[in-house]
Design a protein around this ligand. Structure first.
Ligand code: 8YV
Length: 326
């Protein structure tokens, strides 16, 4: 008999085939999350699970899944995991770092450029038939990206990929982390550590790339937005909850910053409806890693983690090494 696993949400057929070669797969092939009670019920006899960010794994879920050995997220973020509870239950938890860095960095750049050059509004204007003639000085004037100052809050692997791309735009790159990067890494992405205050004050484009934790909840709120330049743009490709969305909407309405581009929101997908009425924000539906190649690589890596964990090998992306008894 093959070990039983749950794949909590629709992924790629080739990944399911790969898993089915070694496991008895209970597959939720709908592209919608399982309600918590159904998730718990379907985990009851499983030894492993492939999870998405919408699948909350906490003490209650674990209590319903006594045989569980591994939960493997198809995401680098893992704020759907109560890692302390998972570790206390002796269950391995994994994520998918690395494979989505470049795609998410590309998304950040798409949003920087879209916000600076008002691409989305201009596209809607053309489609609405409003382009009646060309004007020199008042049509769709945007902000230059080249030679501007790029600020990055959260200079991990994705932040460094965003910074490296700035060289082509001949930008000055500054960042803030709790601790500066090792000198060689700073050199590789030509970025300088500054205080959070200086970052807010100096950035023309402020890109957020922090992983979510309660410690960074609303790390960009009314006070931080007030400290930014009125000409600045804010880009969030990290997590909802890092930005106080209400404070951002106020700042955008009051033109206290020039623009924003948001891929992630508090309470997504139920974003604050006031966003929809603003002409100085670009809105995308959490598509930071969304290319076929990258989503497939993420699903494959999560599957590899699950296979390793259930075959008694240390999974490559183990988040809680304290449970490893290799
Ligand atoms: C994913 C993400 O697309 O990896 C993450 O943490 O937020 C995105 O890359 C999404 O979570 C799919 O699970």
């Amino acid at each position: 008999m093959k070990p039983k696993i749950l794949v909590c949400r629709a992924v790629f057929p080739e990944v399911i085939e790969h898993l089915a070669a070694q496991f008895d797969v209970d597959y939720n092939d709908r592209d919608a999350p399982l309600p918590p009670a159904e998730l718990a019920a379907r985990l009851a006899d499983k030894v492993g699970a492939l999870t998405l960010l919408s699948d909350r794994i906490d003490a209650a879920t674990l209590a319903a899944a006594p045989a569980l050995k591994a939960v493997c997220n198809v995401a680098v973020g893992h704020n759907n995991f109560d890692l302390a509870a998972i570790t206390a239950a002796g269950v391995m938890a994994t994520n998918t770092p690395g494979v989505l860095n470049d795609t998410t960095a590309d998304t950040a750049w798409a949003l920087i450029l879209a916000s600076a050059r008002r691409i989305v509004g201009a596209d809607k204007w053309v489609r609405a038939g409003q382009w009646q003639g060309w004007k020199f000085h008042d049509d769709w004037l945007g902000t230059d990206v080249h030679h501007a100052t790029l600020g990055i809050l959260g200079m991990g692997r994705i932040g460094q990929a965003v910074a490296r791309r700035a060289a082509g735009f001949e930008m000055r790159v500054i960042y803030h982390n709790r601790h500066p990067l090792p000198a060689a890494d700073e050199q590789a992405c030509k970025a300088n550590w500054v205080s959070k205050e200086e970052l807010l004050r100096e950035a023309d484009f402020l890109v957020l790339l922090l992983p979510y934790s309660p410690a960074v909840h609303h790390i960009v709120g009314a006070a931080e937005l007030a400290a930014m330049k009125p000409t600045a743009h804010l880009i969030n490709v990290a997590r909802g909850g890092i930005v106080d969305d209400g404070a951002l909407i106020d700042a955008l309405q009051g033109r206290r910053i020039a623009g924003a581009a948001m891929d992630v929101f508090e309470n997504e997908p139920a974003l604050d409806p006031r966003f929809l009425g603003l002409d100085n924000v670009v809105l995308t539906p959490h598509i930071g890693s969304s290319t076929r190649a990258t989503r497939l690589a993420m699903a494959r890596l999560a599957a590899d983690n699950l296979i390793a964990a259930l075959q008694g090998r240390r999974p490559p992306n183990l988040l809680n090494p304290e449970v490893w008894r290799g």
